[in-house]
Design a protein around this ligand. Structure first.
Ligand code: ATP
Length: 230
């Protein structure tokens, strides 16, 4: 479904990502975890076309999509939920969802999002800025779902949310995966992300330090001590 090979991302002289390779099988949930600044966002921003990698190859459903612009990738079914949600606060909830389907005008997809998130349906005419942080995260996820992605990339969806809301976000992520969509999840909350994932990659200083089935990483003392805090 997704195969990233030898990805390098630089910002001027800063080498943020130094030869990262990983795969996501169709219908799986994989996670990239690691400390602040490890390079997680740079990796998925390169995959979703938000930034251009310096080198490396990105294959999506067998097609070489390296350096494709984000809008073309969205139309192909690869959609990112950005860090910090990035909902448009002065637009209504409904308008934010319409933006998710700008290329299809798929109003049935918006209805499905309302069915999944009744709180958004109730408030559809309110400005998105009036929602709580957790509700804005649901809106950001809903906006991505309107595009009917086959691959969804989530950048720190639990950031800044209360524990109960984090539970809700993780159950939505599991539902998305259960519906057959492949999920790539970026999280600083490594333990939580690994519990949810099939396969995990631990990034450190722009490189993959550990990888494996998520349950094995959770049971690996080196990973626990260095990245999960004991
Ligand atoms: P975070 O959790 O803070 O988002 P991250 O693991 O996602 O961290 P990145 O945001 O990918 O890490 O950052 C990796 C490295 O690249 C860091 O050293 C960061 O300072 C640097 N970096 C990121 N974006 C830029 C930029 N636009 N210009 C210069 N350096 C950048």
């Amino acid at each position: 479904m997704l195969s990233v090979q030898d990805l390098v991302v630089t910002y001027g002289r800063v080498e943020a990502v130094r030869g990262v390779s990983f795969d996501a099988q169709p219908g799986s949930l994989i996670t990239l975890v690691g400390a602040n600044g490890a390079g997680k966002s740079s990796v998925i921003n390169a995959v979703s076309g938000i930034i251009r990698p310096r080198s490396g190859t990105i294959l999506f459903e067998g097609q070489d999509i390296t350096r494709w612009p984000a809008h073309k990738l969205v139309a192909q079914g690869l959609v990112q939920v950005p860090e910090g949600r990035q909902v448009l606060g002065t637009l209504t909830i409904h308008e934010n969802l319409q933006l998710g389907g700008w290329h299809t005008g798929d109003s049935a997809a918006i209805s499905e999002v309302y069915d999944r998130f009744p709180v958004l349906a109730e408030r559809r005419e309110l400005p998105a800025g009036a929602l709580s942080g957790g509700e804005q995260q649901m809106l950001a996820i809903g906006r991505a779902l309107v595009a009917r992605p086959r691959l969804i990339l989530l950048d720190e969806p639990s950031m800044g949310l209360a524990p109960k809301i984090v539970d809700e976000v993780f159950s939505v992520i599991q539902e998305i995966r259960a519906s057959g969509t492949t999920v790539v999840l970026i999280e600083q909350n490594a333990r939580r992300a690994l519990r949810a994932a099939d396969h995990g990659y631990v990034l450190a200083s722009g490189e993959i330090a550990h990888q494996g089935p998520a349950a094995e990483l959770l049971a690996d003392d080196r990973v626990v001590q260095a990245y999960l805090g004991v």
